[in-house]
Design a protein around this ligand. Structure first.
Ligand code: NI
Length: 223
């Protein structure tokens, strides 16, 4: 089928789970000149469809078994689930149009400015846990046309970016998670959704690395 056809089920790629070494080695940088190839354009389209079907807000090429520095991101109301307006505002979760990052790097703008929330990963099925992330990051790299990217991301978008760029360097959220916060998705929904992180910290016996100043409930965003 041509690149212009809408995605179908045949476009869905298999997402690999932790334990596969492709998730644990640094991915190879891409030559931006290759981005115009029909092969890469098809791969980006399939990654977008796979991310949407999962559903997830980000997908890195190693997660579909390709050890290249390519990631796709997208967030919006269709992925916000049962989040209330207040919960979404607390997360600084804003819609992110479909975005492609090639050979990306991020740097924090202020190492002291971190926020903790539950997050999940499509390659770590069934689990969620609390990760402290930089609240604002600067991202450099290339887009899907090979044009240089130099962008700032904040809030939930910054969380998604850090999670996906980590994937491209063999890092999973499991490496950064408060291990005692790890919950099955079922237990998260039953016990911690809609409750504050402080309650989760008390209940599970972990220390919140970041200052939580509001009674923020938590929600999973699988990346
Ligand atoms: Ni992930």
């Amino acid at each position: 089928m041509s690149d212009e056809d809408p995605p179908s089920d045949e476009d869905l790629l298999t997402i690999v789970a932790c334990g596969d070494p492709v998730l644990r080695r640094p991915a190879d940088p891409m030559d931006p000149a290759d981005l115009a190839s029909s092969e890469i354009r098809r791969l980006v389209s399939k990654m977008q469809a796979t991310m949407a079907a999962a559903p997830g807000v980000g997908l890195a090429a190693p997660q579909i078994g390709e050890a290249i520095q390519l990631a796709v991101l997208e967030d919006g109301p269709e992925r916000w689930g049962a989040l209330t307006e207040q919960e979404r505002a607390f997360r600084e979760r804003e819609a992110l149009p479909f975005t492609v990052l090639v050979n990306p790097r991020y740097e924090s703008l202020d190492d002291r400015d971190q926020v903790s929330f539950f997050e999940g990963c499509l390659s770590v099925p069934g689990l969620t846990g609390v990760v402290a992330r930089h609240r604002r990051v600067r991202v450099t790299g290339f887009d899907e046309r090979g044009e240089p990217v130099d962008r700032y991301f904040a809030g939930w978008q910054a969380r998604i970016v850090q999670h996906e760029v980590d994937h491209l360097h063999g890092v999973l959220y499991l490496d950064r998670v408060e291990t005692r916060s790890l919950s099955t998705v079922d237990n998260y929904a039953r016990r911690w959704a809609g409750r504050s992180l402080r309650e989760a910290a008390e209940g599970l016996g972990f220390v919140l690395a970041t200052q939580i100043t509001q009674a923020g409930a938590s929600a999973i965003a699988s990346d």
